[in-house]
Design a protein. Structure first.
Length: 299
């Protein structure tokens, strides 16, 4: 029995995605912890420059050219804009709202990515998966609770960050194949530093020298973030977008667990219901994608 190469690529991409989500959840916890010590803009600057230096070193070691015409391609320019939007607004959300809330809202990213992949890349998404996408987005509304007393406008920061990350992932898919993961990481972290600089200037706060605790937290966040970023880029470049991206929901498990254990957060009924709708929608999208692929192979 021959192994379906597409299936093998999808499984590999899914494993990369799970590893990325575990690392991103830990990175979020470290960033949230250091946000109590340093201004958000300064965190983004240090985090971005630290990651950029390491990715530049990795690219140089691999013999990759740091500046090529592909780096300034339309897809890469769009990617940088989405990167800035996603990173800036999500870090603000981490600093101002519970980690578990920000993590849950972020889980809508696969739904946006799958819907956008159908519209932009022409991937076939039937009415059942469109229905699942709508149900998942309803889960986001349940979590946000707009129009109620429990609604917090600060939660919209996580929503905008989620949309930015979805756009970044799609742009990564469209980025020239000549660009390695290290090059994508380099410019992604440079965009993060640029976003931090703009926000730092807008805040108008004085630069603070990190103390020992802040330095350790930032160093840990940078190293974990680099690993997470590399895994994510590999995931988005391996297998079908509609098959790989649903595994992003595992970040919900990692993120909420860290929020409860490290920050003493509590999960509300709305968060549990909304999370359930988002996760079930993602799983259904994955199942439908696999079923459709198997049917096409048999034919």
């Amino acid at each position: 029995m021959k192994t379906d190469p597409v299936h093998r690529q999808n499984v590999t991409g899914a494993l990369w995605m799970i590893a990325a989500m575990a690392a991103f959840a830990l990175e979020d916890a470290l960033v949230k912890a250091v946000s109590d010590i340093l201004p958000v803009g300064q965190i983004l600057i240090i985090f971005g420059l630290g990651g950029a230096v390491i990715f530049a070193a990795l690219a140089h070691r691999q013999g990759d050219a740091l500046l090529t015409p592909d780096v300034v391609s339309p897809a890469m320019r769009i990617r940088v804009l989405f990167e800035i939007t996603g990173r800036l607004f999500y870090v603000l959300a981490l600093a101002l709202i519970p980690l578990s809330t920000a993590t849950v809202i972020l889980q809508a990213t696969p739904l946006v990515v799958v819907a956008s992949a159908a519209l932009i890349f022409g991937e076939r998404v039937g009415w059942r998966r469109w229905t699942a996408i709508i149900v998942g987005l309803m889960g986001v509304l349940i979590i946000l609770r707009p129009g109620t007393e429990g609604f917090s406008a600060l939660s919209l920061l996580a929503l905008v960050g989620m949309l930015g990350f979805a756009g970044r992932d799609l742009a990564s898919r469209a980025a020239p194949r000549s660009l390695s993961t290290a090059i994508l990481g380099l410019y992604g972290f440079l965009a993060l530093a640029a976003a931090g600089l703009l926000f730092f200037l807008w805040q108008g706060e004085a630069f603070q020298l990190p103390d020992a605790r802040a330095a350790v937290l930032l160093a840990g966040a940078i190293l974990v973030g680099i690993g997470a970023y590399s895994c994510l880029m590999k995931a988005m470049r391996t297998g079908d977008v509609s098959a790989v991206t649903p595994f992003r929901y595992t970040r919900l498990l990692f993120g909420t667990a860290l929020g409860i254990v490290l920050f003493g957060e509590a999960l509300t009924a709305g968060m549990l219901v909304g999370s359930g709708l988002i996760v079930l929608s993602g799983l259904f999208i994955l199942w439908r994608g696999q079923k459709k692929r198997l049917r096409s192979v048999e034919q």
